[in-house]
Design a protein around this ligand. Structure first.
Ligand code: HEC
Length: 106
């Protein structure tokens, strides 16, 4: 009985951690990115769907932290995106996870 209780506690805890992580990414997106990027539609910048389909996680995180250093290698002539250098690595991971939720599941 005790084992069953401990196991279910572990499941509850791990799913709530996962959920918190995902919604942190969504919150960050709404706070910082939504004015220029939408999830699946082109806005001022490309959609998260198209980004997730063509870029690696490392490229995505580098672009968010310092787009001045990456825009050329991503094929852009100029940079129109502000740097989000204040985000910590866990926030960058959460945002990148959120972007990757829109990757085509083929
Ligand atoms: C002021 C508008 C603006 C904001 C705010 C903004 N972006 Fe961008 N972003 C752009 C534009 C425009 C591009 C396309 C490259 C260019 O023209 O500089 C871009 C490009 C990107 C790319 C690379 C696209 C590619 O081709 O792979 C990523 C990744 C990205 N943005 C993520 C984000 C994330 C995550 C946020 C929020 C933390 C964000 N951006 C906030 C305008 C913005």
């Amino acid at each position: 009985m005790k084992t069953i209780f401990l196991c279910s506690m572990a499941v509850v805890l791990s799913t709530s951690t996962l959920f918190a992580h995902e919604s942190a990414g969504k919150r960050l997106f709404q706070e910082y990115c939504w004015g220029c990027h939408h999830e699946t539609a082109m806005a001022f910048g490309p959609s998260f769907e198209s980004i997730a389909n063509k870029r690696s996680r490392a490229e995505v995180m580098a672009q968010i932290a310092d787009p001045d250093a990456t825009y050329k290698s991503l094929g852009y002539k100029t940079n129109s995106m502000p740097a989000f250098s204040d985000l910590n690595s866990s926030e960058l991971e959460s945002l990148t996870d959120y972007i990757y939720k829109f990757k085509d599941k083929k």
